[in-house]
Write a new protein. Structure first.
Length: 241
């Protein structure tokens, strides 16, 4: 993970995400609904719901939207049902792409994802073709502006909390954990008073691919088209953006 700043990618996409805020809230509502339906409405006893609520908080999703999704899950009987499906493929220069979806229509989603790849310079791969190139990790970003903590102090906090790795830049501390340790590390750092700019489970590429400017533009087109799809919840790539 050394040398791979996820924060640069987050910052680079923030403006585009702000423009699609309504669609992002719609997708988060679906994730909240499924988490609450399967594990109950209390985030203290439902880790999956807690994770989604963290995502919703980072996205500045209104609490009314959150509560509506939870209420819908707990009062609608059988209600809706969604399947989690992961698609794997390649972008320009063979860059790996993982697409996580939450769908109520497998055929529709499969067709849309395939078209997004094929019409924009990518290719859809078989199951298992690129997933092995990524590791499931916990990720926490803490902005350094206004934070009177040096790198050594932060490293000590991370290690004592059970974190795996700390990457520091002038702007931000980036903390990586094992997926299973993420909730404990997050809670321990919160108790110390740290405020998170980002907190999530994510997929981290084992090897980062450097792309030319032209290939980056092609990759960005593929990612943008995929993220426009209502069924797509997350898109991960191995590119150094």
């Amino acid at each position: 993970m050394a040398g791979h700043s996820k924060w640069n990618n987050i910052k680079g996409r923030k403006g585009a995400q702000d423009a699609k805020r309504g669609k992002i809230f719609q997708k988060l509502s679906r994730e909240i609904y499924m988490a609450a339906k399967s594990g109950g409405p209390d985030p203290s006893s439902n880790p999956s719901l807690r994770l989604v609520l963290d995502k919703a908080k980072t996205a500045n999703m209104p609490n009314d939207n959150v509560q509506r999704a939870i209420k819908k899950a707990t009062t609608s009987g059988e209600g809706e049902n969604y399947d989690e499906i992961i698609y794997e493929g390649y972008g320009p220069a063979g860059v790996a792409i993982l697409v996580h979806t939450l769908t109520d229509n497998r055929n529709r989603t499969s067709t849309n994802v395939r078209v997004a790849f094929n019409k924009n310079g990518g290719s859809l791969g078989e199951t298992g073709s690129v997933a092995y190139m990524f590791d499931r990790k916990g990720y926490i970003a803490i902005e350094r502006e206004g934070l009177d903590v040096d790198e050594d102090t932060m490293l000590m906090s991370v290690l004592e909390a059970g974190g795996e790795e700390l990457e520091a830049s002038e702007e931000v501390f980036e903390i990586y954990t094992e997926a299973s340790d993420f909730p404990d590390v997050r809670d321990a750092l919160e108790k110390e008073g740290y405020v998170f700019a980002q907190s999530e489970l994510t997929m981290v590429p084992q090897v980062v691919t450097e792309l030319s400017e032209k290939d980056l533009e092609t990759l960005q087109t593929i990612v943008d088209v995929l993220e426009e799809d209502d069924d797509v919840s997350e898109v991960y790539t191995s590119a150094n953006i």
